[in-house]
Design a binder for this molecule. Sequence first.
Ligand SMILES: *[C@@H]1O[C@H](CO)[C@@H](O)[C@H](O)[C@H]1NC(C)=O
Ligand SMILES: *[C@@H]1O[C@H](CO)[C@@H](O)[C@H](O)[C@H]1NC(C)=O
Ligand SMILES: *[C@@H]1O[C@H](CO)[C@@H](O)[C@H](O)[C@H]1NC(C)=O
Length: 852
Amino acid sequence: MLLWSCLRTPFFFFFSFFNLQVVNGIEIYSMKIDSKITSRFAHNVITSRAVNRGNVHKEVFFDVELPKTAFITNFSMTIDGVTYPGTIKEKEVAKKQYEKAVSKGQTAGLVKASGRKTEKFTVSVNIEAASKVTFELTYEELLKRQFGKYEMFIKVKPKQLVKDFEIEVNIFEPQGITELEAEGTFITNDLQNIIKKTFSDKKGHISFRPTLDQQRTCANCSQSVLDGDFTVRYDVKRTAPDDLQIVNGYFVHFFAPTNLPKLPKNVIFVIDISGSMSGREIQQTREALLKILDDIKEDDFFNFILFGSEVQTWKETLIKATPENLDEARKFVRGIDTAGMTNLHGGIMRGIDMLNAAHERNLVHKRSASIIIMLTDGQPNVGISNTQEIQEHVKKAIEGKYPLYNLGFGYGVDYSFLEKMALENKGLARRIYPDSDAALQLQGFYDEVSNPMLTDIELNYPENEISDLTKNSFKHFYDGSEIVVAGRFIDNNQNHLTVDVRGEGANDALSYTTQQDAQQTDKAFQEQEYIFGDYIERLWAYLTIEQLLEKRIAATGEEKENLTAKALDLSLKYKFVTPLTSMVVTKPEDYNNQDGIADKPIEGPVQLIDGDPHFIISVPQKEDAICFNINENPGAVLNLINDPVTGITVNGELIGDKRANSDAKIQNTYFGKLGIANKHLDLKLTVTPEKITIQNGNEKTGFTWLDSVTLQQEGLTLIINRKKNLVLSMGSSASFVIVLHQVWKKHPLHQDFLGLYTLESDKLSEQTHGLLGQFFHPIDFTILEIHPGSDPKKPDATMIVKNNELTVTRGWQKDYRRDPKHGVDIPCWFVHNNGAGLIDGVHTDYIVSSLF
Ligand SMILES: *[C@@H]1O[C@H](CO)[C@@H](O)[C@H](O)[C@H]1NC(C)=O
Ligand SMILES: *[C@@H]1O[C@H](CO)[C@@H](O)[C@H](O)[C@H]1NC(C)=O
Ligand SMILES: *[C@@H]1O[C@H](CO)[C@@H](O)[C@H](O)[C@H]1NC(C)=O
């Protein structure tokens, strides 16, 4: 042990010059991504091989990002020739097994996190010096057709130079392939010709194998250029709208008519203009609407409905998109500004009523497609604000006549409400991420639904021949997309199928029958090597599970239980990691290591303080977090954030339990009062678990947690979500979320307390300091020597941070943003002694005399 400490510095020195592929003692010498796509169903295997080049045992990480729409189907680790397979379990069962392993002194191996389009799978294992490990992960996904292409993306991020790096994609499409593209966001001109691409008739092939030198960011650099998305796009030949395939008692039907005239459409835009949209959001909304107006066709009808506290409409009825009307609409859009609170119910109901009236009065084309697109960034708090009641009213008013698309802007939305409401009304919900490209995201969504070609599509199969049919009726068919239906033959040996196709087009109704037999499929599939086993059966299972999970979102009671049971059953049978199942990896005990769980993950952490008070500092580049507690006496006021440039300070006052615990050395403390001040705005916000007070100059305004408030005044937006949380944004600087924790009123010990979460902390200046504020600047750390600690459930390690060497402990802290009652566990490295060595100075430096 002693020797190891002495060697530590030269060790890094040695590796950074001697062997450029070795990072922290671990060399990943091979990484292969092998993708086989058959009839849009992709089966991907990622294999990574690593060796421990160091002379002590080391933790090896395998982390990959997968598309959210994919399901993991297999995972295994092979250490020195012995394979440790993953098994799929029901989530509750898996959790128990995992907890048991943890209580045996083994630690967590898998971390969950997610990006916009991806989810992260992470596993780590300790391996001995000179030992090798192979990780193999398999996932499957049905590729969706959008804008006339199927797209598959592979996130590439090996984090070091890899001797043998390879992406190989083999596509087999029985209809024939018409175009094939491959590109990488990280591909420079030099790398472009390393992508090899060929396709002919039914087969396509792509390979990408950069050499070590080609992976380097510069001639002698050890950094890898491989960091980004590798995307494959293709389309299939279409001689007919239908492609029916029958294999081993299952069938799949791909339906994508081309050359149909477009239907005129009637679009109602219902736009949230409540105070919280002010600033960038409303500007991006205007920008997107202006672009959308450029794409509206003359045959279309449209209108805008704006809701703040009041509901305003642009025109009293839907208006034809003549050039003059579009010009007028542009003027209107440029003038859209924010006002008041969130009367979502009023806005959406006005939109539905207007569309219903337009149909009743034959104002719009008889053969046309109507849609409602609603954009909101908040939660309803004016008019009817009970979300269940809103859902009921909306469903009753729409009556399945047209789809409702809900776009949720930012993190303040009640997304599950938007999603339920959209799914109940044949539409879908989409998140709009509050980023510089938000206008593009909005516009991109509009593009997807801007070219309806058919309405009321029904694909009917003989009822007495087919069971377990996936969804077969669809409200709209959009140009460039594809409808997929799969099912199972009651008679396993049946090899013939007839389908009756119906829909309503721009000029007339579509109605015909088409058929297929298994021999034809067999003939199309002569190139057997491309077929992975029972792909149609798996495609059917994938689609069925996806649809059951979707239905489950809006279901309640026994119906929900039934849907859950069915989806779980199929997930287990076909070994898919879905929101109902987990993959449990039992790691070798010899290595004093761990069980892990692969889950469909939840969103990652931000910088926050909550509970004890515990501080959680997320370190994105490490995909990890550091945490620490501050133990001070009740009454102490701590400076959390102090930014001399924006003039923002945040202080927090501690409270204790109702009575001191005489047995405990350290008393529990929590934040009982938070003070946020903005010197430049002459503004002070005081928040306690009882009330919220804003002081602007000499003017004081008070609210309680029973209020639902959206307050908008110069440079300031305050949203109080009754009994839950409040969101405060000040001009163009950071936003804060304060979460209310209410304990049971008669709790003998605990009292209500507060948590603070900062969003967009990069908007504060570089001079920001304070117990939390100092961590808004990038921070890095290194973890060495993971070893058993005093608590068998939590191993210790050495952390090198800010040139200090600290003993830290692996643990969890709670993030209560999503679930204020139970919180979500965030794994982190815990720094002891009030963050000593991690924070600048000592914690008592941060004690201030008063809240302001
Ligand atoms: C999972 O992967 C392992 C390792 O390649 C393999 O042995 C096993 O058969 C796979 N399991 C399934 C169900 O495909
Ligand atoms: C790369 O390193 C070699 C050996 O140290 C040196 O001779 C060469 O000049 C370096 N090349 C560049 C471009 O820095
Ligand atoms: C749930 O499943 C049970 C057993 O299959 C069935 O009797 C019941 O009608 C189902 N309930 C609903 C609401 O679908």
